[in-house]
Design a protein around this ligand. Structure first.
Ligand code: GLU
Length: 447
């Protein structure tokens, strides 16, 4: 087999969508697994749909996901240029060759010397190819009408340009979305007209939402652009892992795989024919797994901008490390730090009936008073708070749930939660003492 060369060929018509990202990723995996080249080519011939910044969004987000490539418009390479609009002379030359050889004809515009070029579809030919995903596929030429390959403005259509480029760029395998299956016979016709060898084709299954409907960019229930996940604090490694499972699965069926594991175990024979479901819970689960694997320092660094953006005051780096430490296991994405922080600190301090009842039944006011007295002397590090809890127990002859839950309720408002000394250190002196006093007052009022 000649050296594997695959490409991702986006049209720069918008932001990087989850479906595009999947196409890019599978081509990348294919190239890296087989030691081949991965090329990014920009298919910008649909000029009306191109958007400013579309190309940059594609490349930046792919880079963020952890992909790299051998050739591209920004990197260059021996087969450039890599933007189709910069290759118009090349398409013109090949279109003329097809005209000369009678495989195509001109179609003049009314009262004009301008013309489009149509490919003349041969009669009674069967086009078949062995799709990497779907096996043998067959098409009849009678079902395809003569199609425009060059528009009258000199710009080629997708089906023509893609063949010229894939051939000249020595692409060996074309992995792309299922929506391109019906384009494939048109492309094979062009290969045959030139006497060129076709690459192998593989058409990846569609991605569906949880209602089994094809994911549409307008579907508001599913976040679909990579930049949005990035902004919410999804980790690129987790996204890479999740996307790799959209229509592919490793032989051992494990769900959490590193970048290199995925490259190693990638097997095009395991690309699925069945639609891939975009399972939000699975994404959240995978992302939470990756968040758990982060060091506290790394998590703190990633969480900081989310807190700062909300105007949440971060007194010190050590405070932030404590905070992310207790919330790490609860986050499905890092942006969630904000709501978790708020739930934890909930500015208005309100005790549920159940929590308040617990204090009453356990006659907690003397415990709270003792604790308040000790805490006043404390410097409020978690290490210094820990023995004060013990001391409070000794002073009041309480222990276990009565001691711990009473203190927790009166300071955090919650009946359960992360480590109490750490929680109190995070809440800080003013808030903790204020809450304790308020609760003591309330219980006194009751008595
Ligand atoms: N520009 C096409 C698209 O974005 C590429 C299709 C192909 O890979 O041939 O769908």
């Amino acid at each position: 087999m000649s050296k594997v060369r695959v490409r991702y060929a986006p049209s720069p018509t918008g932001l990087l969508h989850i479906g595009n990202a999947r196409s890019a990723l599978f081509n990348y995996l294919f190239a890296r697994h087989f030691g081949g080249d991965f090329i990014v080519r920009i298919e910008d011939t649909d000029t009306a749909r191109n958007v400013a910044g579309g190309e940059a969004s594609q490349l930046d987000n792919l880079r963020w996901l952890g992909l790299d490539w051998n050739e591209s418009p920004d990197k260059g390479g021996p087969y450039g240029p890599y933007r189709q609009l910069e290759r118009l002379d090349i398409y013109k030359k090949y279109a003329e060759e097809l005209l000369e050889k009678g495989y195509a004809y001109k179609e003049y515009r009314e009262n004009s010397s301008k013309y489009a070029i149509r490919f003349k579809v041969p009669q009674d030919v069967e086009y078949s190819f062995k799709d990497i995903v779907r096996g043998e596929l067959k098409f009849q030429s009678k079902d395809v009408e003569d199609w425009v390959m060059m528009k009258d403005n000199g710009i080629p259509t997708y089906n023509f340009a893609v063949v010229i480029d894939d051939h000249l760029m020595e692409i060996t395998h074309v992995l792309r979305g299922e929506e391109h299956i019906t384009n494939t016979p048109k492309q094979i016709m062009v290969y045959q007209a030139f006497g060129w060898q076709t690459p192998e084709f593989g058409h990846m299954t569609i991605i569906v939402n949880e209602q089994k409907k094809k994911l549409s960019k307008r579907d508001k229930n599913v976040i679909q652009f990579i930049s949005e996940y990035k902004a919410m604090g999804y980790l690129p490694e987790a996204m890479f892992n999740f996307i790799s499972l959209l229509g592919w699965s490793p032989a051992e069926n494990q769900e959490i795989l590193s970048h290199d594991d995925i490259i190693k175990s990638f097997d095009p024979n395991r690309l699925s024919k069945a639609p891939a479901m975009f399972d939000k819970d699975k994404l959240a689960y995978i992302n939470s797994k990756y968040i758990k694997m982060l060091s506290a320092e790394k998590l703190a660094e990633s969480a900081r901008p989310f807190l700062e953006k909300e105007g949440i005051h971060i007194p010190s780096e050590s405070w932030l490390l404590l905070l992310v430490g207790i919330l790490q296991d609860r986050m499905t994405h890092i942006g969630e730090i904000v709501s978790l922080y708020r739930a934890f600190f909930h500015d208005e301090f309100h005790l549920s009936d159940e929590a308040y009842q617990f204090l009453v039944e356990n006659n907690a006011s003397h415990i709270l008073e003792a604790f308040h007295k000790h805490l006043e002397q404390s410097n409020f590090t978690s290490e210094s708070i820990e023995p004060l809890i013990k001391q409070t127990g000794l002073d009041t002859n309480t222990k276990g749930k009565t001691l711990f839950m009473s203190l927790r309720i009166a300071t955090t408002g919650d009946m359960h939660g992360p480590s109490l000394p750490i929680s109190l250190a995070l809440l800080g002196r003013d808030l903790v003492l204020k809450r304790l006093s308020e609760t003591i007052e309330k219980l006194r009022g009751e008595a």
